[in-house]
Design a protein around this ligand. Sequence first.
Ligand code: FMN
Length: 189
Amino acid sequence: MKKVNIGRNVSIYPMPVTLVGSMVEEKPNFMAVAWITRVNATPPLLAVSLNKPRYTAKGILENKTFSVNFPGVNMVEQTDYCGLASGRESDKSGLFEVFYGDLKTAPMIKSCPLSLECRLVDIIELPTNDLFIGEIMNGYADEESFTEGKIDVRKINPLLLTMPDNSYWRVGDYVGAAWCIGASQRKRS
Ligand SMILES: Cc1cc2nc3c(=O)[nH]c(=O)nc-3n(C[C@H](O)[C@H](O)[C@H](O)COP(=O)(O)O)c2cc1C
């Protein structure tokens, strides 16, 4: 098939949509974040990429902590709102019922099936964004989100994003067992 050059402003396909939380001036604030990834195995580190003027970043710097919450598809409107409105102009502290873990200053969202509390370990400054590296100190999942002791993505039902068409999606069908299904190809290499 013929390849089309699509330029270089290309997004990862797809991205999980998360709600990153911090305490800004002692109030919880949440923003939508899709530019997020795990970046280290041990200790468990993740990175979130925040465009420079984000209000949430102020709280991360104040407390050196933040949370990452995974909303379900059923939370699409509240999640999108957290990506439209800035805490600088709109008080987002009452949007969700919040709980706290060991860190005490990383507000987590009760209605999200999965939440992580993170300790800030580093900031990498890039031209338009700052990469906040956090150590995951604890993860909290709804007890109904498991199948045979493991988190089940169908039960979490996470929200996914594609850009530049700016659309939300849900997870599709199961395909196969990772680190396993490819073994059949060994004889071919
Ligand atoms: C689906 C979605 C994903 C987003 N992902 C990011 C992101 O990864 N990084 C970022 O800086 N802003 C992202 N935004 C924009 C922020 O969420 C938005 O600017 C928000 O109002 C910032 O809130 P705050 O100023 O209260 O921190 C996203 C917005 C949406 C709707």
